[in-house]
Design a protein around this ligand. Sequence first.
Ligand code: GLU
Length: 307
Amino acid sequence: MGGAARYTGRFAPSPTGPLHFGSLVAAAASFYDARSQDGRWLLRIEDVDTQRTVPGSAEQILATLERFGFEWDGGIVRQSQRTDAYVTALERLRSADLIFACACTRREMADSALARDGSRVYPGTCRDGLPPGRKARAWRVRVEGGIAFEDAVQGPQQEDLTSEVGDFVVLRADGLFAYQLAVVVDDAEAGVTHVVRGADLLDSTGRQIYLQQRLGSPTPAYAHLPVVVNAAGEKLSKQTLATAVDDWRPEAVLLAALTFLGQNPPLDLNHATLRDVHEWALAHWSLARVPRVRCQSEPQFIQDMQA
Ligand code: GLU
């Protein structure tokens, strides 16, 4: 035995609404990439941001995944039940003096440069201690330098954390743990070796690798898929009123997802069963065929269904 760890992938939906075509694409790609390499495929409900959680949507997502025939390994991890693990990670960062308490409000940072994700690059105000009379609101990790990594779909990536992100939040002012920390802690504990997800998270990856390095966790391989955008060029989401895939024929939606992912399923699969589509996809899956773009329009079939 020994050698490389067994492929462990995961799908990590946020329960903020039912599964739409965009999240189904991420589910399918992460599933086929894992299963075609005899890997494990885990499921994690990312409800760390309890304020965004929509009651009942986690259960709805699970039911949809089952209906589509995506079987996960082991139990379902829910971030809302993982607070102890996040506290432990935060304590480790704190005892190594890698994080600091911050009193700044959003308004106080409004003049800072814009970060890639639309937030503000932290100006460093509380880095060396809270200004007199100010109270801690959030906790931030001190960043230094840059991160480079190779993305299996998007190619070489490079981010200068100091100038493009700045010290970022790990414990929010509202007391919730930041997504960046939760993902890193959860992926490490689950032994995740491969992360396949939407390219909307490409700009989070530098911060996640940085935290992995600070926490001594291995960095998984990354593959960021094109994000599905609608005819107006907007990312499918609850806000853009993307329709749930629940009521559509799963085999047809899966074929559309495979087409979107550049896998070129043959036309005769149009009359195949769900099982046949899965079998074909597993036998032919290739990450190298996924279009190397950050976003791509939804297939006509899905546009017609949304109309
Ligand atoms: N929860 C995130 C989402 O639904 C995915 C995070 C990840 O895959 O790392 O967009």
